[in-house]
Design a protein around this ligand. Structure first.
Ligand code: ACO
Length: 311
């Protein structure tokens, strides 16, 4: 019967079972996953740029080694995620073309500049902290390959978050200039990190559908709230302030209230008008073109290998 597979799919989602590449799935489910996983993969590789900017200027050998490891981890996350997307029947070369043509998105957060060394700390603490808050529930995503890719990614992200926190902790206990640099970085990254979770639930076109499919386990606003509740006490430990005068504990809700987010800024960044959108995409396209010979060599090697095993 034509609807038998559909009933089976719905039953699997209801029973919290994982959907695997061999299972038949609704076209919209597949399309939603391709969009989200591709956007996620693109974010990982574009995300190498803001921090990569500080590798040559890291203040010590230890900081440099940590930062290189971290940026390499982001490249690896991109690779697992492109592989997860490919299990849905798309090709990574095609996805990269869509990114380069500006037809698929990457996270808004990576369109902001890294002005000082303290930005490396603020990105680790706030940006990777927000990423983990969003990604831990994705380990329970209904699509198996995406959920499994998230397990290792989350472990690595928590190392990134810890290194950022520690970097800021040291700066906040350094000279007055170092402390001011740490505070300035937190001031600039706080609001954009809250925007990472996406538009408010009432304006999020995909949330309800993705929650019903168990792709998303929490709404954008729920995760944003979780994140704010985590970072307020951490900021106290750091001895830094979050640049939000409306931030206060709400005993009735059992959560911190935060001030209004500038959604106009978010919309502008999504439209391509953030401070670094153009630079990020240009740099990515140039890196892709410079890597053409590597892809060509890999293809030639694979063809040679295939011919040899055929014999
Ligand atoms: N940056 C860029 N685009 C965004 C962002 C953001 N921070 N948040 C939402 N959007 C886009 C959505 O892709 C969607 O685009 P579309 O309408 O063109 O398809 C639109 O804004 C509306 O948003 P939602 O309906 O809320 O979309 P969705 O249900 O996909 O939720 C979210 C957005 C929460 C980002 C989700 O896709 C997700 O969890 N993705 C996986 C995590 C991820 O991509 N992280 C990358 C940054 S973390 C890191 O790499 C270190």
């Amino acid at each position: 019967a034509p609807e038998e597979w559909r009933e089976r799919f719905d039953a699997m989602i209801a029973a919290d079972e994982r959907i695997e590449p061999r299972d038949r799935m609704p076209d919209d489910y597949r399309r939603t996953l391709i969009r989200q996983i591709a956007q996620h993969a693109h974010s990982e590789i574009i995300g190498m740029q803001p921090e990569g900017n500080w590798i040559t200027r890291a203040p010590s050998l230890k900081r440099k080694a940590v930062l290189i490891a971290k940026v390499q981890d982001e490249a690896g996350h991109g690779l697992y995620l492109y592989s997860a997307a490919e299990s849905l029947g798309v090709d990574r070369a095609e996805l990269l073309d869509l990114l380069h043509e500006g037809r698929q998105r990457y996270s808004s957060i990576f369109n902001y500049p890294t002005l000082t060394w303290a930005d490396v700390g603020a990105i680790g603490w706030l940006v990777d902290g927000a990423a983990i808050t969003n990604q831990v529930p994705l380990c329970r995503c209904s699509y198996g390959p995406y959920a499994r890719a998230m397990v290792r990614i989350c472990k690595e992200e928590s190392f990134h978050q810890r290194q950022g926190f520690e970097c800021l902790y040291v700066l906040a206990r350094g000279t007055d200039a170092q402390k001011a640099m740490a505070q300035d970085a937190v001031n600039r990254w706080y609001w954009p990190s809250l925007m990472m979770f996406g538009p408010p639930d009432a304006e999020s076109p995909h949330t309800a559908r993705s929650m019903a499919w168990k792709i998303k386990r929490f709404t954008n606003d729920e995760l944003r709230q979780k994140f704010v509740d985590i970072i307020v006490p951490q900021a106290e430990v750091l001895g830094l302030t979050l640049p939000d005068p409306d931030l206060r504990w709400n005993p009735e809700r059992g959560h911190y209230d935060h001030g209004p987010i500038d959604w106009e800024e978010f919309k502008q960044v999504l439209k391509g008008n953030g401070p670094c959108n153009r630079q990020r995409l240009e740099h990515r396209r140039a890196a892709h073109e410079k890597g053409a010979w590597v892809r060509e060599a890999a293809r030639a090697h694979a063809a040679k290998h295939a011919a040899r095993t055929e014999r």
